[in-house]
Design a protein around this ligand. Structure first.
Ligand code: SAH
Length: 244
């Protein structure tokens, strides 16, 4: 049997947002590799091995997936959302770069619905014009860079999507991020807190920047910040396609 690695996105939470392509790959795989809670989302199947690992060991997980594929395993490496967005696909390519013999393996990335898009869809079309996505975690980059990118994005009047906005280990960073936004943007700038989107715990809040509080976000929250043109129409939030 010839091995392969498919880096697969499971979407934001509900099964309906797993793509048919991702479903088919998980059904074929002999091995499922990923962070415990994501691996748990996949029903057990006879003859398929599951390898659940801890949160912060992405690189070890990637090495393990390449190793399994070398031994003939057909390996699905699973991420939430899209595997290319702050997730496992880059970790696998870091592993490949460190071990170029792995380039002989059959490796492919299978896209998924990322949290930012699921969150945006819930309120309307806040990302309907130019936008950027930022990871507010400083686990893998200096906090000064997070602040710099955030400030420049706000000055460029981009709508913004924040992944990993706030964790127990980093309770203060998001407060600082809101303070920077308040320096650059008007008080009525729309901020969307979309928590656990597409799961039974889903909670969506839309507030003006002046009412945004750090406690409104946690690690299951996607924060979307509108551009200056982003507005409300009835119960929807959208960004028009043009800038006057
Ligand atoms: N690869 C994932 C993102 C991983 S980073 C993707 O493409 O969606 C993890 C961050 O994603 C979380 O801290 C949170 O900000 C966001 N996130 C993931 N799932 C979410 C959901 N169902 N609802 C809201 N935010 C979510």
């Amino acid at each position: 049997m010839s091995g392969w690695v498919r880096i697969v996105g499971l979407g934001p939470g509900c099964d309906g947002m797993i793509t048919p392509e991702a479903q088919a790959i998980m059904a074929q795989a002999t091995d499922i590799v990923g962070y415990g809670p994501y691996v748990d989302r996949i029903p057990d199947s006879p003859g398929q091995r599951k390898h659940a690992s801890d949160n912060r060991v992405e690189r070890e997980r990637a090495d393990h997936a390449l190793e399994l594929a070398r031994g003939g395993g057909q390996v699905a490496v699973v991420s939430s959302g899209d595997p290319g967005v702050f997730a496992m696909a880059s970790a696998v390519f870091e592993a490949v770069e460190a071990d170029p013999a792995a380039l002989d393996l059959d490796i492919a990335v299978i896209p998924g619905i990322t949290a930012m898009l699921a969150a945006a869809a819930r309120v309307g079309a806040p990302l309907g014009h130019d936008f950027c996505a930022l990871n507010l975690s400083d686990n893998l980059k200096p906090w000064s860079l997070v602040e710099r990118r955030l400030r420049l994005a706000a000055e460029a009047d981009l709508a913004m999507a924040f992944y990993n906005p706030r964790s127990r280990a980093r309770p203060d960073g998001f407060a600082r991020a809101l303070a920077i936004l308040s320096e650059v943007c008007a008080d009525d700038r729309l901020v969307i807190f979309a928590r656990a989107v597409t799961t039974p715990e889903e909670e969506i809040r839309v507030v003006p920047l002046s009412q945004a509080r750090p406690e409104m976000a946690d690690m299951r929250t996607m924060v979307l910040v509108g551009a200056s043109t982003t507005r409300q129409v009835g119960r929807f939030v959208y960004t028009p396609r043009s800038v006057p």
